[in-house]
Design a protein around this ligand. Structure first.
Ligand SMILES: Nc1nc2c(ncn2[C@@H]2O[C@H](COP(=O)(O)OP(=O)(O)OP(=O)(O)O)[C@@H](O)[C@H]2O)c(=O)[nH]1
Ligand SMILES: Nc1ccn([C@@H]2O[C@H](COP(=O)(O)O)[C@@H](O)[C@H]2O)c(=O)n1
Length: 228
């Protein structure tokens, strides 16, 4: 018999560890990690209509408008009828949350609450492999060879909008738009907030919460299934 499918969202400001924790959840519980940032980058690389539009915002360090995000992501989620998933970075506005709500019922929302100083330190030290989206931090998870991706050996880059000047505006914007989303999920009784400065200390709490919600790893979700 097929296990019940599980749908979750992870929210948090830039640098709060959504991607890092999502990877751990995906590995431990067999949920498929869906990253809105990766979807955007794939669409930009493929020069889709939405990708071309999204690029003009991302290049300026701005949030992509709701109608572009929903047009891009909802059809992908609708296709995921057979898989349990964890969505990272979407929804991040109330309009996106309402649109998601009309597509599926979420089981759980994780919200990460990390102090500003910690975010600033992490992001100024974040290095990315643009082709794969693999993320490093020079202190927390450094690459084997400095400045090079572990798997491909290709050069790592830093994003301008990870630097402190751009970060202040990004965090202020996140606070404003995320509050009504957090309130919505709180009112539905599915919000779980985790605060702290270290992913390794937050992770055991998330792990034990999910262990109570996803008792066994669904057989069909243990393999890596590429998106259509
Ligand atoms: N020092 C330190 N770095 C961490 C910790 N957890 C994650 N990181 C690093 O912090 C950076 C941000 O983590 P991500 O997982 O990319 O955060 P995110 O919330 O997905 O960020 P966005 O993609 O900008 O929304 C990365 O360089 C991680 O390697 C931690 O506990 N300590
Ligand atoms: N709901 C979202 C999610 C992301 N963006 C834009 O994409 C950029 C990269 O996202 P990461 O999660 O990989 O950091 C981000 O800086 C935003 O410009 C968005 O607009 N809306």
């Amino acid at each position: 018999m097929m296990a019940k499918l599980f749908r979750a969202v992870i929210m948090g400001p830039p640098g709060s560890g959504k991607g890092t924790i999502s990877e751990r959840i995906a590995q431990s519980f067999g949920l498929k990690h869906l990253s809105s940032g990766d979807f955007l980058r794939e669409n930009i690389a493929a020069n889709t209509e939405a990708g071309v539009l999204a690029k003009t915002y991302i290049e300026r360090g701005l949030m992509v408008p709701d109608h572009v995000m929903t047009r891009l992501l909802l059809p992908r989620l609708e296709e995921m009828t057979r898989h349990s998933w964890l969505m990272d970075g979407f929804p991040c506005t109330l309009a996106q949350a309402k649109a998601l709500n009309s597509t599926c019922d979420l089981d759980l929302v994780i919200s990460l609450n990390i102090p500003y100083e910690t975010l600033k330190d992490r992001l100024s030290d974040r290095w990315i492999h643009p082709a794969s989206g693999r993320v490093y931090n020079m202190g927390f998870n450094p690459p084997h060879v400095q400045g090079r991706d572990d798997l491909s050996g290709e050069p790592l880059i830093q994003h301008d909008n990870d630097q402190p000047e751009a970060l202040v505006a990004r965090l202020r914007h996140y606070k404003d738009v995320a509050k009504p989303v957090i309130d919505l999920y709180k009112s539905k009784g599915i919000l779980h907030m985790f605060s702290g400065t270290e992913t390794d200390r937050i992770w055991p709490y998330i792990n034990s919460l999910l262990s109570t919600k996803i008792p066994s790893r669904p057989e069909t979700d243990t393999q890596h299934i590429p998106l259509p």
